[in-house]
Design a protein around this ligand. Structure first.
Ligand SMILES: C[S@@+](CC[C@H](N)C(=O)[O-])C[C@H]1O[C@@H](n2cnc3c(N)ncnc32)[C@H](O)[C@@H]1O
Length: 343
């Protein structure tokens, strides 16, 4: 039902539940970026669930909760429970930095969450801290407590996700030349050792922070080549894994373990894009690489009926552009922040 003007059907909605985050990843947030809005600007649970019910009635089947850091949203487990019960939902997933996952994984699974994607860009505490700057939010935390903020907490979160059955657990690594690209092979080995599905992500020029990381961009083909060189083995495409997501999957010729690449920039996948994004402040964003959006919160708060909201959603889908503008210089728009768009 939600088919755009290029014949693509929208079945997947990424929902940012907060634009607050407990990390300051260098490709996502600027050092001086201020923290966000007063909570009244966020959709409350009733508003969000009402909108999601309408999206599902229009044909959306999969919902991913993201942010900011979704586990910072108060009572995220209760929200998951409400969404999981909505009619028409086939899959409910969540993208997280996993800092708080160890304490929530089992409850999230019990509430109806199917899977998690976890962002992990380095296995070295020093590099992890350099990229994510975990201590910025709590600079005065005593050193013996700092591990709650850093790599050990993420590793504990991954372990908890596996134990809770939030599987397959996918790991997303944003690869940056000169920062963490020396860890590509280590990450492959780590993922395979722990039964994780690793995906390498190209840096995207979204927002000012993303633009600043453009100098560190590494194309997916180079990442794949480096893996082949190291293992002296061909990477074979895994076709049946393609599905409707953006990743291309491969396995090494002499191994059953798989890995993926998400090459939004070097080899875009806009012609099969099946998704839209709902920001935490209730705007529907048609494309990660464009700034156009429709303000659904204003309609909601002005008393729009379900029919009016659905008409607005249909109108928004009709405006979905053919492709992103990542490779065009005019894409630069400081207002587009990944932490607000929901990555
Ligand atoms: C914005 S985060 C939000 C969810 C959660 N806080 C997390 O860390 O996974 C979602 C994803 O967007 C990715 N991301 C953010 N900015 C990016 C950029 N400029 N280029 C590529 N990926 C980016 C992150 O690595 C993460 O995997």
């Amino acid at each position: 039902m939600l088919t755009d003007s290029f014949g693509r059907t929208i079945r997947y909605l990424r929902v940012s539940v907060t634009d607050r985050c407990n990390l300051f990843c260098n490709y996502c947030r600027l050092p001086n970026e201020t923290l966000s809005p007063n909570n009244r600007e966020l959709l409350d649970f009733d508003e969000l669930v009402r909108l999601l019910r309408l999206f599902l009635a229009l044909g959306v089947e999969r919902i991913r909760l993201t942010g900011g850091e979704p586990l910072l949203r108060r009572n995220i487990v209760g929200l998951v429970q409400e969404i999981a019960q909505l009619p028409g939902l086939r899959e409910l997933t969540l993208t997280t930095n996993a800092l708080l996952l160890a304490r929530h994984a089992a409850a999230l699974r019990a509430a109806g969450l199917h899977r998690v994607n976890i962002s992990l860009d380095s296995l070295h505490p020093h590099t992890f801290d350099r990229i994510t700057q975990p201590h910025r939010l709590l600079p005065d935390l005593p050193s013996e407590r700092q591990e709650v903020l850093g790599l050990p907490a993420v590793l504990a979160g991954i372990d908890a996700a596996l134990r809770a059955g939030l599987q397959p657990v996918k790991i997303n690594m944003v690869v940056m030349r000169g920062i963490n690209d020396s860890e590509i092979v280590d990450m492959v080995q780590f993922a395979h050792r722990h039964g994780l599905l690793l995906r390498f992500i190209e840096t995207m020029p979204v927002g000012e922070a993303g633009m600043e990381m453009a100098d560190h961009f590494i194309p997916a083909e180079e990442i794949l080549q480096r893996i082949q060189n190291h293992f002296a083995s061909q990477l074979i495409p895994v076709e049946d894994k393609r599905g409707s997501g953006p990743a291309r999957y491969f396995r090494l010729a002499d191994s059953a373990a798989e890995l993926g690449v998400i090459s939004a920039r070097s080899r875009h996948f806009c012609d099969t894009c099946n998704r839209m994004r709902l920001t935490s402040k209730g705007s529907l964003v048609y494309c990660l690489g464009r700034s156009d959006r429709m303000d659904l919160k204003q309609l909601l708060r002005n008393g729009a009926s379900d029919a009016e909201l659905q008409a607005a959603i249909l109108a928004a889908v009709a405006l979905k552009p053919q492709q992103h503008e990542f490779n065009q210089s005019e894409f630069y728009r400081p207002g587009n922040r990944m932490s607000a768009l929901g990555g």
